[in-house]
Design a protein around this ligand. Structure first.
Ligand code: G6P
Length: 591
């Protein structure tokens, strides 16, 4: 989703804005633009298309020390040059970049049109910059105008703002969309996440909702509700945030092949000196709750399904909800419920909405996220970091594995079962073996790449993993696919099976292996080409891919490596954009 960058001070502005936008491009976008102040005039360059396209059209040298930039993921209005950000205000005193959605922008636009303002774009963002200008023309005070927009706008808005007659101040506002400030001695930066800034500074300000202010070259000024507030600085770990392909052709491949390292890193954080190291209050909260409710989106929802099984092994009742569903149809299952929210980004709007509803009720929330300082992490009762490093490919891989690993460790810590460490070490070895067998998965990818539909079958953990395998394939290969529980096949999906539909079957659990072999016969007798992915002790001759045996609760960590590679190779074979699939965004910061 939209990405914002901004800078003020002694630095190479062109380089920061362009490279910063490239660092944010993994979030997904369709147009890009920058604005800067030169001789008290705001210059804007914005185009539909890539940051590289923008780069080729802007001056080679920009003699300014204040600027903003944006990658837009269209919500209001088609992707075109006019709707691209930055947007100038009607009288051209201000330029804005915005991430979020303004729910009442139509009313504001109508009111401003009555006041003589004219609009050029179809965006909600233009209403913000014109509203600021409207207030400013009355009160001659940008800070006051920012305070006033905070009262008036409904929705989410992280903004960076230039004022043509104040080239010494880079203004900003954060409300329900991500925005961070990067601090240095003679320049200050802002961006939607740390990736663009981490090469230049380790010192950050994680803005809270409702905070606004401005940056000068050497200082930061922060306000909330019309009053100055004290600034809290934080440090971030550069090695986990740098966006670097490290010789790989795609981020997705690199991220798949980091999974063993990520699992080890998580183990090192939560288990050392022969002991688990989790917040004792969290363990107490788990011991005391009757019910665990997971709420998440996308891949994080699929990891939650696995996590719920872990909590069932602690004899908890569990439920798992999709955040955008729970937000409108919430279910409260008793006072002794612990809510667990998984989110790679920690900024997913649907999940944040649920969190806000729960926080109002004072419910305990454990957030498991890869993003330190994210909105969800900061507002959680308890939080666990995933230490997976920056995940750039839109299709999530290592974050899924990291979530499963972290939840497995947490639940085994509650049982004080340190065998999980040996189990995970063995899983890492088995994962590395799969890295060396990926050529076999490429061969399978070649056989399914032209199919219109693909089915994934499994039972138990394999079923939940099938959902993720299917999501991964459809996200980056654009092949329609479904994950189906083996037993449900005959209740509907089998009607779609014929010789054109490959069926990929996972067999990890002895107790359902026979039933799964029965399902295979059912689809094969309808002409389907099957690919069986089994665990070593359950393998039959002719199985397409065999992985090592592992305790069943960790099997998703192994089978998912197969699934990730499969999606990757199909996308690659089809000549598609593996890392940036069409229409999708990495961090979905609008509802
Ligand atoms: C988007 C991403 C998915 C991700 C989902 C939830 O749809 O493309 O990869 O699983 O958001 O994101 P979260 O950051 O909350 O895990």
């Amino acid at each position: 989703m939209c990405g914002i960058v901004g800078c003020k001070g002694n630095m190479d502005l062109r380089k920061y804005l362009i490279n910063g936008l490239k660092d944010l491009d993994y979030r997904g976008y369709d147009s890009a633009g920058i604005a800067f102040i030169l001789k008290e005039k705001i210059n804007v360059y914005k185009f539909k298309g890539t940051v590289e396209n923008l780069e080729s059209k802007i001056p080679n040298h920009i003699d300014s020390d204040i600027g903003i930039g944006h990658t837009r993921w269209a919500t209001h209005g088609v992707p075109n040059d006019t709707n691209a950000h930055p947007h100038l205000s009607f009288h051209q005193h201000f330029a804005i970049v915005h991430n979020g959605v303004i729910e009442n922008y139509k009313d504001i636009k109508d009111e401003l049109i009555q006041q003589g303002f004219e609009f050029k774009s179809e965006t909600d963002s233009e209403a913000i910059v014109n509203l600021i200008e409207y207030y400013y023309l009355q009160n001659n005070d940008v800070l006051k105008s920012l305070f006033l927009i905070g009262q008036k706008l409904k929705g989410s808005f992280a903004i960076a703002l230039l004022h043509e007659s104040e080239p010494d101040k880079l203004y900003f506002y954060k409300q329900a969309s991500p925005l961070l400030i990067g601090v240095s001695n003679d320049f200050n930066l802002l961006a939607s996440d740390a990736a663009p800034m981490i090469k230049l500074t380790k010192k950050f300000i994680d803005l809270e909702d409702g905070q606004y202010g401005y940056l000068t070259s050497t200082n930061q000024f922060l306000f909330c509700n019309g009053r100055p507030i004290d600034i809290v600085y934080s440090n971030k770990e550069p090695e986990l945030l740098v966006k670097d392909l490290n010789g790989y052709p795609h981020f997705m491949l690199k991220e798949i092949e980091e999974i063993d390292i990520v699992i080890k890193r998580i183990m090192n954080h939560y288990f050392y000196e022969d002991k688990f190291h989790f917040d004792s209050k969290l363990i107490e909260a788990i011991n005391e709750c009757d019910h665990v409710t997971f709420i998440a989106c996308g891949t994080s929802y699929h990891a939650s399904l696995i996590g719920a099984r872990y909590f069932e092994s602690l004899e908890k009742n569990t439920s798992v909800f999709i955040a955008s569903e729970w937000a409108y149809y919430p279910k409260f299952l008793g006072n002794k419920t612990l809510y667990i929210m998984l989110s790679q980004s920690g900024e997913t709007a649907d999940s944040i909405r649920c969190m806000q509803m729960l926080s109002k009720l004072g419910a305990p929330i454990l957030v498991v996220t890869n993003t330190k300082g994210s909105t969800m992490e900061r507002n959680a009762t308890y939080s666990l970091l995933l230490y997976a490093g920056l995940e750039v490919a839109v299709a999530s891989t290592k974050a899924y594995s990291a979530m499963i690993t972290t939840l497995a460790l947490l639940c085994e810590a509650c049982k004080n079962n340190i065998d999980v460490i040996d189990d995970l070490n063995n899983v890492c070895k088995s994962i590395r073996k799969i890295y060396f067998q990926k050529e076999q998965i490429l061969q399978i990818a070649r056989q399914i790449k032209n199919s219109p539909d693909v089915f994934f079958l499994g039972r138990g953990y394999d079923y939940e993993m099938s959902l993720e395998a299917s999501l991964k394939l459809k996200e980056i290969s654009y092949i329609h696919s479904e994950g189906v529980p083996g037993g449900e096949l005959k209740h509907g999906p089998i009607a779609l099976i014929d010789k054109n539909v490959p069926v990929i079957v996972f067999i990890s659990d002895k107790i359902v292996a026979l039933s799964m072999r029965g399902n295979i016969k059912e689809v094969e007798s309808r002409g389907a080409k099957t690919f069986i992915i089994s665990s070593r002790s359950l393998k039959h001759e002719g199985d397409a891919f065999v992985v090592d045996d592992t305790p069943i609760y960790l099997s998703p960590l192994l089978k998912s490596i197969f699934a990730f590679y499969l999606a990757y190779f199909v996308s690659l074979e089809k000549g598609l954009n593996v890392d940036k699939p069409r229409n999708l965004a990495k961090a979905v910061t609008v509802e």
